[in-house]
Design a binder for this molecule. Structure first.
Ligand code: PFF
Length: 452
């Protein structure tokens, strides 16, 4: 099959787009990664840079990416190629789509390993071992779990197989139903844990850690990590929002839907941080525990609560659902590409991309045990895959999307597509997408490299 322009089914409503886009945005990035990165990078100052990145860079790029998707109405690679032709620009722009396909594929390889941890903890938390467990006990259990390549490998395999099963079924049905239920439940769960954290004895220390910025604790690399986390958490810069945008009916407001998704995503990350850091301090743990942070901290709380085993199971089930709706978005660009351009049917496209992800994911599995000492420039394989994607590929992809939407696409086209009621809003967006987002990302890169 050659360059056939697929006509996608359109989203039934604005709600469906919002649900799918928040399903992609809200995931391990909010609940697992945001707290651990904030903990590793000194807290408040990191959180502030993260929030600034979301507002100044995340908002305009989310709007830009959705806009390109709706105008191109194909997979990211073909969308970029078509839109570049339309604007009489170089076909180089289709590489933005490529970058996204590769980034999504790489991210899913480790995402699936961590989601596997959540699945394992769903079963583990219901064990007497966790009853009234203290910090040392919880750390010991997590270390023992992490040190087994077989366990991590099995859970990784299971999560990835489930993801590919959902992807094979196509985009709208199952996902929408999942997200509609999962999102409010997750919110309620986090608020409950926040209340629990309030009474834990570490609340004021936790809040101070999270919200009073101490810039002496933030390095140049820390600023880049915060920026990368903004892209990662919003699911930007790799074309998955573009895929969702391509299903959006033309009468729906892109700006309003994007703002809603961004607000929900940020709220969930903050609520997770507010639940976790008080527990860290109340139990004498260190905030900079790395990727194990929530798996070592939260079980202590579940172990102390009345009926904590049940709440714990519910919590890990919700993380699993949040993770799978993001995982589907991560691999969708690759699957769409293989089926549109390589003539594979969806089943084969899923098998090929899933198998590749699984293999690469073994690198992450082993990074936590047998290859923990296998480092290059002080980073394990997992850390390299994470750094390359979140700190380089997503921001670069995002800036290219911003430049394309702001400079290459004609103003008439972007204005017509956005249909903002107030013309000043269009001007604001244009300034953010043309100047603010690209310049900020450039400055952060230069800062991290030590040039400025
Ligand atoms: N936003 C997801 C999270 O925070 O867990 C991860 C993600 C999904 C990143 C989709 C990128 C993406 F395209």
């Amino acid at each position: 099959m050659t360059e056939q322009r697929f006509v996608h089914a359109q989203w039934s409503s604005r709600l469906a787009f919002i649900l799918a886009a928040s399903g992609s945005a809200i995931g391990l990035g909010n609940i697992w990664k945001f707290p651990y990165l904030a903990g590793d990078n000194g807290g408040g100052a990191f959180v502030l840079v993260y929030l600034l990145s979301v507002v100044a860079i995340g908002i305009p790029i989310m709007i830009a990416e959705t806009l390109l998707g709706r105008r191109g109405r194909q997979s990211p690679i073909n969308t970029m190629r078509t839109l570049a032709e339309e604007a009489k620009a170089s076909s180089f722009w289709s590489y933005v789509g490529w970058l996204g396909v590769i980034a999504g594929f790489m991210i899913l390889s480790y995402y699936s390993v961590i989601a596997g941890w959540a699945m394992a903890y769903f079963f583990k938390i219901n064990s007497a071992l966790f009853e009234h467990i203290d910090a040392a006990g919880s750390t010991k259990l997590f270390e023992a779990f992490k040190s087994s390549p077989e366990f991590l490998g099995i859970w990784h395999t299971l999560f990835l197989s489930l993801t590919m099963f959902v992807v094979r079924k196509g985009v709208s049905g199952g996902l929408e139903r999942l997200t509609r239920l999962m999102m409010p439940a997750l919110l309620v769960m986090l608020v409950m844990l926040d209340f629990y954290a309030m009474g834990s004895g570490g609340f004021s220390q936790g809040m101070a850690f999270l919200f009073s910025p101490d810039f002496s604790k933030l390095t140049g690399e820390g600023v880049l990590v915060a920026l990368g986390q903004a892209f990662f958490s919003l699911g930007l810069g790799m074309g998955s929002i573009m895929v969702y945008g391509s299903y959006l009916p033309s009468d729906v407001s892109i700006a309003k839907s994007s703002l809603f998704v961004i607000a929900a995503d940020t709220l969930v990350a903050l609520l997770a941080g507010i639940a976790i850091f008080p527990l860290v301090f109340a139990n004498g743990l260190s905030p900079s525990m790395g990727p194990g942070l929530i798996f070592e901290t939260l079980p202590i709380a579940f172990g102390q609560m009345q009926g904590g085993w049940f709440i714990g199971m519910l919590f890990f089930a919700l993380i699993f659902f949040a993770a799978i709706t993001s995982a589907v978005a991560l691999i969708e660009p690759a699957v769409a590409f293989l089926s549109e351009n390589k003539g594979m049917d969806r089943e084969k496209a899923c098998l090929v991309s899933g198998a590749g992800c699984w293999l690469l994911g073994l690198g992450t599995v082993f990074s936590f045990n047998i290859w923990a000492d296998l480092k290059w420039m002080d980073k394990t394989i997992y850390e390299w895959v994470d750094t390359l994607t979140a700190e380089i590929m997503l921001p670069v992809g995002g800036v290219l999307i911003a430049i394309f939407a702001g400079w290459v696409m004609s103003k008439a086209d972007s204005e017509a597509e956005l249909k903002l009621q107030d013309p000043r809003h269009y001007q604001w967006w244009l300034i953010l997408v043309r100047y603010v987002a690209p310049i900020c990302v450039l400055l952060v890169f230069l800062d991290a490299l030590g040039v400025i």
